[in-house]
Design a protein around this ligand. Structure first.
Ligand code: MSP
Length: 650
C-alpha cells in the first residue's frame, strides 16, 4: 500500500479522439481501478496538450482562435471519457493558469543549475512532432519525418538551449541501475542506444510562436511545446503553485509514478523528461511504460495517415465495456496490434457472449429452478475448483502487477473453462432430476457460481459497468472494494436472485459486418478529413501499375430487380443485367439512401470480376460503385448517357 500516480500522455487538440487515444486512457483506467482495489492511494491524471504551432495552424485552417478549437475538442474528450467510464481524478489543460504558472518555475530551476544558454539553431523541423531532426534521421530525399511521413521544414533561429549532453552519463546510469525505468525491454534497449550514441543539447525555446507559454526573460519566444507538455505531470499536482500538498504526496513521496505512453513518444519521456527533472533537482518517474500502436492496413492509426477508427458505432451498439475488454485482451501490451471489426465481433461472441455470459446464465437458471429463485443454500470450501481459483488469482495478480493484461485476462478465462468442465463432469442438471435439490447439487452449483463471481471481480477494472451487474445477477454485491473479494468463499447462500437478463447477447456476425459503416470497416473518417490518398494508394515506386488496374473488370449494367434484404437496414438485393455477360445478383449497402423502386431501370457501374461474397446469407456477385459524400453516404455512379448493358469501363 502506498501512493500510485498514473498518467496518460496529454492529447493534442488538433484532432478528435480516436482509438489510439482511447487505448492509452483505458489502460490507465484499468491500472488505476486495480491499484485502488489493492488499497493504494491512487491519483490518475489525463488531459490535453493545447499549445504549439500544430494547434495554431489547425485553428487557423478552421478560422477560429486556438482556444476555441481547444475548448471544442476538450468537450469531446470529456464526453468520451465519461462514456468510457474513465475514472480520472484530474484533467489538465496546458492552457490553464495552474499549468502556465508552473512551466516557468521548472525552467527557472534548470537555469539555476546552469543548464540553459543562448545559441543559433538551424535544422529540419517537423511540426507534427514539434521537434528538430538531423539529416541522418531523415533518410529520404524529400526529408520526410520518420513518424508522420510529411516533409520537414528548414528553420534557422536563435534559441535557448538546454544542456542535455551534460546528462548523458547520469541517464545511462539510471537505465542501468533501474531497469524498470523504461519498459518493455525493447524500448529500454532503444532508449539506451539512442543515449549511448551521444546526446546533443536541445533547443527549448521557439521564436515566432504566439500560441505557447512565454519564455521567461525572452520576449517574443515561447517555451518549446515538449517542455510545456511534459511539465503537466507536475503542474497538475500543484508544482509551482501555492497549494502543493498533492505534489508532495505523489511526486516527492516514495510511491509509484507511472507514465503510460505510446512508443512514438518514448524518447521525450525517457530521455528529455528525466534530464529536465535531474537538472531541476526533482525526483524522477518510477516507470515509463510504452505500448505499441493500433494499426490499420499495416500503418499506425493516425489522423495524418487518415486511417483512424473512431469507434462511435461500436460504443453505441455495445456500450463501453466490450470495447474496453477487447482493447486490453487483443493487444499484447507493448506490441503493435491490428484493429478490425471482425476480430472485435469474434472475441465478443466467443469470450463474452459464450464463455462468460452463457456460463453465468446457465448457472443462474439452474440455481433459481432448483432452489426457488435463490443462490444455492450450501457453500463449499474444499474442492478442485477452489484450488484452481487460487492459482488463477495468483496469476491474475501477477499479470496485473506487471501490466500484462492479456495474461491476467487469460487466467480468468482459465477459471471459466475449468468451471464449465467441472459442471460437465458433475452434470448437476441430471442430478436435480434424479435426486432433487440436494446438498451436493447445492455445492456443485455454488462452486460454479463462486468461480464466476471471482472472474467478475477480476474483470471489474476492465468492465466497471458490466462486472458489477454480473456480480449482482449471481447474488453477490456490486463493485468490489478491495482485492480481498478475490478470495474463495464470497458468494452469499440462499440470496434471492432475479432471472438473468443477458448481459452479452450474441451477435450475428454477418448482420453485424454488413451493417458496420464503410462496408463493414467501422472506420469513420469525419467530413472534411478524407483519407490521405497519397499515402494509401501509391506504391513504393509512386503509383499503381496500369496492368494492376486493368485486372479490374468494370462494366455498366442495368438494375432489373431491386428489393430490401430481410432483417437488414442497410442492404438491398439487386439484379444487374450485364447484357451478353448475363444477370448478376449484387448485395449493396445503399438501402438508407435509395428505395428499391427508385433504382429500377437505372444504369450503374459494377466491378464484375470480384470473388463472390456472402452477405446475410445471400451471394453477391459484384459490387456497384458509389462516390462517398461529405457525410460518408454512398452516391451511385452512372454514365453521362445510355450505353449498351455490359459495356466496359476504362
Ligand atoms: N501531446 C503529445 C503527448 C504529450 S505527453 C506529455 C502527443 N499527443 S497525441 O495526441 O499525438 O498522442 C498521444 C498518445 O496517443 C500517443 O503517445 C499514444 O499514447 C496514443 N496514440 C495515438 N495514436 C495511437 C495509435 N495508433 N495506437 C496506440 N496509441 C496511439 O503525442
Amino acid at each position: 500500500m502506498g501512493t500510485f500516480y498514473v498518467t496518460t500522455p496529454i492529447y493534442y487538440v488538433n484532432d478528435l479522439p480516436h482509438l489510439g487515444h482511447i487505448y492509452t486512457t483505458v489502460v490507465a483506467d484499468v491500472v488505476a481501478r486495480y491499484r485502488r482495489l489493492c488499497g493504494d492511494r491512487v491519483r490518475f491524471l489525463t488531459g490535453t496538450d493545447e499549445h504549439g504551432q500544430k494547434i495554431e495552424r489547425a485553428a487557423r485552417r478552421e478560422g477560429v482562435a486556438p482556444i476555441e478549437l481547444a475548448d471544442r475538442v476538450v468537450a469531446r474528450y470529456h464526453d468520451l471519457w465519461r462514456l468510457l467510464r474513465i475514472s480520472h481524478d484530474d484533467f489538465i489543460r496546458t492552457t490553464e493558469p495552474r499549468h502556465e504558472r508552473a512551466v516557468p518555475r521548472l525552467l527557472e530551476r534548470m537555469e539555476q543549475a546552469g543548464d540553459l544558454y543562448l545559441a543559433q539553431h538551424d535544422g529540419w523541423y517537423c511540426t507534427g512532432c514539434e521537434t528538430f531532426y538531423t539529416e541522418k534521421e531523415l533518410a529520404d530525399a524529400e526529408r520526410r519525418c520518420p513518424v508522420h511521413g510529411t516533409p520537414c521544414e528548414w528553420r534557422s533561429e536563435e534559441n535557448v538551449f538546454f544542456r542535455l549532453s551534460r546528462y548523458q552519463d547520469a541517464l545511462l546510469e539510471l537505465y542501468r541501475n533501474r531497469p524498470e525505468f523504461v519498459r518493455p525491454e525493447t524500448r529500454r534497449n532503444e532508449v539506451m542506444s539512442f543515449v549511448e550514441s551521444g546526446l546533443r543539447d536541445l533547443s527549448v525555446s521557439r521564436s515566432g510562436l504566439d500560441w505557447g507559454v512565454p519564455f521567461p526573460g525572452r520576449p517574443g519566444h515561447a517555451v518549446w511545446v515538449w517542455v510545456d507538455a511534459l511539465s503537466n505531470y507536475i503542474s497538475a499536482l500543484g508544482f509551482g503553485g501555492t497549494e502543493n500538498s498533492l505534489f508532495e504526496e505523489y511526486w516527492l513521496g516514495d510511491g509509484t509514478r507511472l507514465h503510460l505512453v505510446g512508443k512514438d513518444i518514448v524518447r521525450f519521456h525517457a530521455v528529455y523528461w528525466p534530464a529536465f527533472l535531474l537538472s531541476a533537482g526533482l525526483p524522477l518517474p518510477t516507470t515509463i511504460y510504452a505500448h505499441g500502436w493500433w494499426m490499420r492496413d499495416e500503418r499506425k492509426m493516425s489522423k495524418s495517415v487518415g486511417n483512424v477508427v473512431r469507434p462511435d458505432s461500436l460504443l453505441e451498439r455495445f456500450g463501453p465495456d466490450p470495447l474496453r475488454y477487447f482493447l486490453l485482451r487483443e493487444m499484447v501490451f507493448g506490441q503493435d496490434a491490428n484493429f478490425s471489426d471482425e476480430a472485435f465481433v469474434d472475441r465478443y461472441n466467443s469470450d463474452l457472449a459464450n464463455d462468460l455470459g452463457n456460463t453465468a446464465s446457465r448457472l443462474v437458471k439452474l440455481a433459481r429452478d432448483a432452489f426457488g429463485g435463490t443462490t444455492p443454500p450450501e457453500s463449499c470450501d474444499d474442492n478442485q475448483l477452489m484450488h484452481v481459483a487460487q492459482t488463477v488469482v495468483e496469476d491474475y495478480r501477477r499479470g496485473m502487477d506487471e501490466l500484462n493484461f492479456q495474461a491476467a485476462l487469460r487466467s480468468l478465462w482459465r477459471l471459466l473453462a475449468e468451471a464449465n468442465q467441472y459442471l460437465v463432469e458433475r452434470e448437476p442438471w441430471k442430478r436435480i432430476k434424479q435426486e432433487g435439490a440436494t446438498a451436493s447439487v447445492s455445492r456443485i452449483l455454488w462452486n460454479g457460481m463462486e468461480a464466476v463471481r471471482i472472474v467478475a471481480v477480476g474483470l471489474y477494472p476492465f468492465m466497471p459497468g458490466l462486472a458489477p451487474r454480473l456480480l449482482e445477477a449471481i447474488g453477490s454485491d456490486g463493485p468490489p472494494e478491495s482485492l480481498s473479494a478475490l478470495a474463495w468463499g464470497g458468494l452469499p447462500c440462499s440470496r434471492e436472485i432475479p432471472p438473468l437478463q443477458p448481459l452479452f447477447p450474441r451477435v450475428d456476425k454477418e448482420t453485424f459486418m454488413s451493417e458496420m459503416p464503410s462496408e463493414g470497416s467501422g472506420v469513420s473518417v469525419p467530413p472534411g478529413h478524407p483519407p490521405d490518398s497519397s499515402a494509401e494508394t501509391r506504391n513504393a515506386s509512386g503509383g499503381l501499375e496500369i496492368e494492376d488496374f486493368q485486372r479490374i473488370e468494370l462494366r455498366v449494367g442495368r438494375i432489373v430487380q431491386a428489393e430490401a434484404v430481410p432483417k437488414s437496414k442497410k442492404l438491398l438485393r439487386l439484379e444487374v443485367d450485364l447484357g451478353p455477360a448475363g444477370v448478376r445478383q449484387v448485395i449493396a449497402g445503399i438501402a438508407q439512401q435509395y428505395s428499391p423502386e427508385s433504382l429500377l431501370g437505372r444504369q450503374v457501374v459494377l466491378v464484375a470480376n470480384l470473388k463472390p461474397a456472402k452477405l446475410m446469407g445471400l451471394e453477391s456477385q459484384g459490387m456497384v460503385l458509389a462516390a462517398i459524400d461529405a457525410e460518408g453516404k454512398p452516391v451511385l455512379l452512372g454514365t453521362d448517357r445510355e450505353v449498351p448493358s455490359g459495356s466496359t469501363v476504362r
